[in-house]
Ligand binder design. Structure first.
Ligand code: PCA
Length: 324
């Protein structure tokens, strides 16, 4: 089904506008549900571009992984099957450690710290994307990441043997360090994986917990605030190059606005998500000191591992961030 709709819809189409100007239609795959704040922000971005370009560029958002699975979006945009798309960039840390910079546990744990880390990393990230035929448009952080479980967890030992949903190499590595069994699952499939017992734990934001109605399967949210991963919106470089200068400027300006609006939304919604989890009967609490210390220890291990993998470029980013 997905493959068929992909074939039918994913091409960048061009048509003439009423005034005779060449108009383009860009399909924009996104992985998270239409009601998620990233997706709503993406829809506003699309409207901004349509309005700003006077209809010369129409961007059509396809939320919820309906056009491409989350894991396939980046490749689809690189290869031109989709002209633009949004992806959780740390899910691609296996291609290059730089993509995982925002998911190193306890390196940047607040919105302010996450913005600093991003400003230290952004130029290199944009260049890396460019080297993969992708033009950076905008990025928005998720709220801080916490631990969802079925039972009380007071130490890492309580996690041993738990079936854990991972969404990138960092979450898989945490599972490994804690003696859990990681299973890579897209957010779109999370509710079902929880309901069928494929997994009983994961680390994510309050946003994804609410999107997935996790209270139907789980009881606890530990507000660990371990990191704030980012979704990045990028365009296929050839599709980008085919736009005229004025339209490119509209996309860039709308992207800057989407980055600022998305950050503000993410901040503003953070507490409300945790309230919603609690209202549905979940126990929402900070981690115990013991659990927190052990997780911070994982953070140190993983920072060292990351620095080894990322080499001098990675070290330069972390040094610049720490000096801010
Ligand atoms: N939600 C996404 C990634 C980070 C987040 O908060 C997810 O769980 O897939």
């Amino acid at each position: 089904m997905r493959y068929l709709s992909t074939l039918l819809a994913a091409t960048a189409m061009t048509a003439m506008t009423a005034t005779g100007a060449l108009a383009a239609k860009w399909d924009m795959p996104m992985a998270y549900p239409a009601s998620n704040f990233h997706s709503e922000n993406g829809a506003k971005f699309a409207k901004c571009v349509a309005d700003g370009s006077g209809g010369k560029l129409e961007i059509v958002v396809h939320a919820g992984g309906s056009l491409f699975n989350g894991n396939d979006i980046k490749r689809a945009v690189q290869t031109g099957q989709a002209p633009i798309g949004e992806r959780l960039i740390s899910a691609h840390a296996n291609e290059n450690p730089l993509f995982g910079i925002d998911s190193i546990p306890f390196l940047a744990t607040s919105f302010d710290a996450s913005e600093k880390l991003w400003s230290a990393a952004k130029d290199k990230m944009v260049a890396l994307l460019d080297s993969q035929n992708l033009t950076y448009i905008y990025a928005v952080p998720w709220p801080p990441q916490g631990l969802y479980t079925k039972k009380d967890v007071n130490s890492v030992a309580d996690l041993k043997g738990v079936k854990f949903r991972a969404y990138n190499t960092a979450t898989a590595r945490i599972a490994e360090l804690a003696g859990m069994a990681p299973v890579q699952i897209e957010a779109a499939d999370l509710s079902q994986a929880l309901a069928t017992g494929v997994v009983d734990s994961f680390i994510s934001s309050g946003a994804t917990g609410v999107d997935s109605k996790v209270w139907e399967s789980l009881d606890h949210f530990y507000d660990v605030r371990a990191w704030l991963p980012r979704n990045i919106v990028f365009a296929n470089k050839d599709a980008w190059n085919a736009l005229d200068d004025a339209t490119r400027k509209v996309v860039t300006d709308c992207g800057d606005k989407a980055a600022a609006d998305g950050l503000a939304e993410s901040k503003q919604l953070t507490d409300g998500y945790l309230k919603t989890l609690a209202e549905h009967g979940m126990k929402v609490a900070p981690p115990s000191d013991g659990l927190n210390k052990e997780l911070e220890g994982f953070g140190q291990t993983m920072t060292e591992e990351w620095l080894k993998k990322a080499g001098p470029d990675g070290k330069a980013i972390i040094d610049a961030y720490r000096a801010m």
